[in-house]
Each structure stands twice: as structure tokens, then as C-alpha cells.
Write a protein that binds this ligand. Structure first.
Ligand code: ADP
Ligand code: MG
Length: 264
């Protein structure tokens, strides 16, 4: 997979839960890292699902993204190497992060805390992915201020587009006031079930609406994809030959190829 001309930082965001944000973050990150690129995942969801899926330690007291946001440690001190891929690092989320949404409110530069941290380490990476929580609160705003690109996973289901308008309006607000470089660069259709007509309708609707931003690859619904995190693995290592693994590999390749086309 081609190395990007300049490091790329993505917020993987959608305020709906269960649309595939974490699954997409983990599997695309692993695919890029296995291809030899230097990748970092920052888990910004208090549930810590990305940390778990990447085999990262997240018990109480583990240096985490919470300590980084507070400015108590440098990001480098919180990075763990993932068993799946030596070139993949993870800054985990511990349960402490659950309070951060409220604690951040009274902090100085509350929207810029993650950006500052990311800027101190981004030169070591080709890709950084920030896995956002299912809300549009200050944690997600921190992610959007710290990144250039937003990747929105959209589930091929009923109500998939509901709430998308609000997400896009929030992105515009962040762009206008906090981060002029922000851009929804990538949309990925997830959990596609080819047996349902509805899945096709949703996919078509999203493509009509977002044209060039939507990856050609669609992620199918696959049991292997949902089993892998239980083993602290990505689907690419859990079952490399599965349809789920292949589709995430294709999605990662598309992301990487688009990266070489962009003007820096
Ligand atoms: P989010 O981070 O947006 O809340 P997740 O990535 O955690 O969403 O996915 C929600 C649930 O759906 C998880 O249990 C996950 O394992 C499962 N899942 C995600 N993608 C797929 C897929 N392509 N096929 C089957 N299950 C999936
Ligand atoms: Mg998640």
C-alpha cells in the first residue's frame, strides 16, 4: 500500500452507536500497519472497544488517552504496541475517560487538547485514526480539531441517514470556528447484507448524496468480523481469508490510494 505524501489523521465519527466506527478503525489500521506503514490508533471512546480489539491493556491505572488530555503525560508515554502488527501503536481508553466529557468543560483550551498532543507525535506516523465515542460532545470535537479528515461509517440499515445531517452540521461548525482544514474525505458503507433490498437502497442513497467520498468497497455483515474483537484481534489476523478480512483490506487499500492523489 502506498505511503501517503504527508501523514494523514482521521477522526472516525458518527454519533450513532453500533455503525462500525470501532470495527472500521481497528481493521483499516491493522491492514495499513501490516502493509508496512506506521499507524497509531487513539481510542477516544470510554468504552475502550478499540483498545480491547487491538489487544491493548486498559485496566485502571494504565497510562491512557485520559491522562494525555489532562496533560499529565506525553502521548508517547501512553502508546502500546499491538500484538497484531509491530508497526501499530494504540493509545488506549480506560474507564477514566467516562468523566472527561464533563471535566473538559472547565479546562483551558478544552477543544484543542488532543490536537496539541497529536502534534507532538504525528511526525512518526503515516496514519493516525481516532475512534470517536457515539456522541457529538467535547471528546468528538477534540478529535475533529486534531484531524484533517473525517471518516464516516454508515450502516446499510433503516435510519442509516438519520442524524447524518446533524453530524455534518457539527463538522461545518468545527471547520468554521476551530479547524479550517477539516474535511469529510471518506465514507464507508458497513454491515451490508446483500439479501436485503433495503441495504441496496441505503447504499445507493448514500452514493447519490456523497458521490466521490464513498469508497467503492462495501463491508459485508460477517460473523468473523464480530468475533475477532473477542480474541483481541482484527479480522485480518483472526481469519485472513474471510470475506470480512478481504473487504477491510480492500477498504484500506482504497484509503491509501486516495491518499496519494490528494494535494498536500
Ligand atoms: P461503533 O463503534 O460505531 O459503536 P462497532 O464497530 O463497535 O460500532 O460495531 C457494533 C457491533 O457490530 C459490534 O459488536 C461489532 O462487532 C459488530 N460489527 C461491526 N461491523 C460488523 C460487520 N461487518 N459484520 C458483523 N458484525 C459487525
Ligand atoms: Mg465504537
Amino acid at each position: 500500500m502506498p505511503r501517503p505524501r504527508r501523514r494523514r489523521i482521521f477522526a472516525v465519527a458518527n454519533q450513532k452507536g453500533g455503525v462500525g466506527k470501532t470495527t472500521t478503525t481497528v481493521n483499516i489500521a491493522v491492514a495499513l500497519a501490516l502493509a508496512g506503514l506506521n499507524v497509531l490508533v487513539i481510542d477516544l471512546d470510554p468504552q475502550g472497544n478499540a483498545s480491547t480489539a487491538l489487544g491493548a491493556e486498559r485496566k485502571t491505572g494504565t497510562p491512557s488517552v485520559y491522562d494525555v488530555l489532562l496533560g499529565e503525560i506525553s502521548p508517547a508515554e501512553a502508546i502500546q504496541t499491538c500484538p497484531d502488527a509491530p508497526r501499530l501503536g494504540c493509545i488506549p481508553a480506560t474507564i477514566d475517560l467516562a468523566g472527561a466529557e464533563i471535566e473538559l468543560v472547565s479546562m483551558v483550551a478544552r477543544e484543542h487538547r488532543l490536537r496539541k498532543a497529536v502534534q507532538s507525535i504525528d511526525r512518526y506516523y503515516d496514519y493516525i485514526f481516532i475512534d470517536c465515542p457515539p456522541s457529538l460532545g467535547l471528546l468528538t470535537v477534540n478529535a475533529m480539531v486534531a484531524t484533517d479528515e473525517v471518516l464516516i461509517p454508515i450502516q446499510c440499515e433503516y435510519y442509516a441517514l438519520e442524524g447524518l445531517g446533524q453530524l455534518l452540521r457539527n463538522i461545518e461548525l468545527v471547520k468554521a470556528h476551530l479547524n479550517p482544514d477539516l474535511n469529510v474525505s471518506t465514507i464507508l458503507l458497513t454491515m451490508y447484507d446483500r439479501r436485503t433490498k433495503l441495504a441496496d437502497q441505503v447504499a445507493n442513497e448514500v452514493r447519490n448524496h456523497f458521490a466521490g467520498k464513498v469508497l467503492t468497497t462495501i463491508i459485508p455483515r460477517s460473523v468473523k468480523v464480530s468475533e475477532a474483537p473477542g480474541y483481541g484481534q482484527s479480522v485480518l489476523t483472526y481469519d485472513p481469508g474471510s470475506r470480512g478480512a478481504m473487504s477491510y483490506l480492500d477498504a484500506a487499500r482504497e484509503v491509501a490510494e486516495r491518499g496519494t492523489r490528494e494535494t498536500p
